[in-house]
Design a protein around this ligand. Structure first.
Ligand code: MG
Length: 257
């Protein structure tokens, strides 16, 4: 199932919906994470709604250097254990919203990534618990990064968390095997990044359990699983797309602030 978050012209409430071809059915339950996904009788056309970032996470946990060729292109080795950092939830934007280039940086880059959406609270998962049972679904995420500030600052926080630096969407796909999905990032239609999630150093399953031993993951939390090689600088006027097999295309224009 494809789940989105949206507002409509007639109703400014932020709601979740079940996407079916070119239409959607708003869910009766306010959040899709608990209980059954229960769409009502109302049917809306995708033309009459505005898609929002599909979740409102308490945190966005990111994994750095999870693809060998990307670690190498920035002069790094693969880490021996996952390299974790956080991205501010205030950086979230949805499909077709603009990434705004901040004046503080002269090197803002795209990082197309598979994102895991958590469905059930996960804390210190035991060997008997299957990490995949805590997944709600998967979506596309662009871990936009001010590369110059990432190198300059000791911590990644500022470089990763400017407002609009976390496009997510367009939908959450709830039925997907994350082990071998094509992840492609295009700028102005030209392919910049192309890889399979098969090449990840640490799998989704491993990452969920590992992160749960540091912090409780809550429904709606996002795990950005790292980017393949091919990151490049974004310019005002660019259109950047992150496409993941089985999910769809997350498209965002780039503007000066
Ligand atoms: Mg990243």
């Amino acid at each position: 199932m494809k789940i989105c978050r949206f507002t409509s012209r007639k109703n400014s409430l932020q709601r979740y919906g079940l996407v079916e071809d070119s239409s959607l059915r708003p869910l009766i339950n306010p959040y899709p994470f608990e209980g059954e996904i229960n769409p009502g009788d109302e049917i809306l056309s995708l033309n009459e709604i505005k898609l929002l970032a599909p979740v409102q996470p308490s945190k966005i946990v990111c994994v750095g250097r999870n693809y060998m060729e990307h670690a190498a292109e920035l002069g790094n080795a693969l880490p021996e254990q996952p390299l974790l950092f956080l991205k501010a939830p205030s950086a979230l934007i949805g499909h077709e919203e603009a990434i705004k280039l901040p004046i503080e940086s002269s090197q803002v880059e795209h990082e197309g990534e598979l994102a895991v959406v958590i469905g059930r609270a996960a804390s210190r998962l035991s060997d008997a618990e299957d990490p995949m049972a805590f997944v709600f679904g998967y979506t596309c995420l662009n871990d936009v990064t001010a590369r110059d500030l990432q190198r300059k600052d000791v911590q990644f926080t500022r470089a990763k968390s400017f407002d609009t630096f976390c496009p997510v969407g367009p939908y959450i796909e709830t039925e997907l095997n994350p082990e071998d999905l094509a992840v492609i990032t295009r700028v102005n239609g030209q392919i910049k990044q192309s890889a399979s999630t098969y090449a990840m150093a640490f799998s989704v399953k491993f990452l969920i359990k590992y992160i749960s031993h540091a912090m409780t993951l809550f429904p709606g939390d996002l795990i950005a699983t790292g980017t393949p090689a091919g990151v490049s600088k974004l310019h005002a006027g660019d259109i950047v797309e992150v496409e993941i097999e089985g999910i769809g295309v997350l498209k965002n224009p780039v503007l000066e602030v």
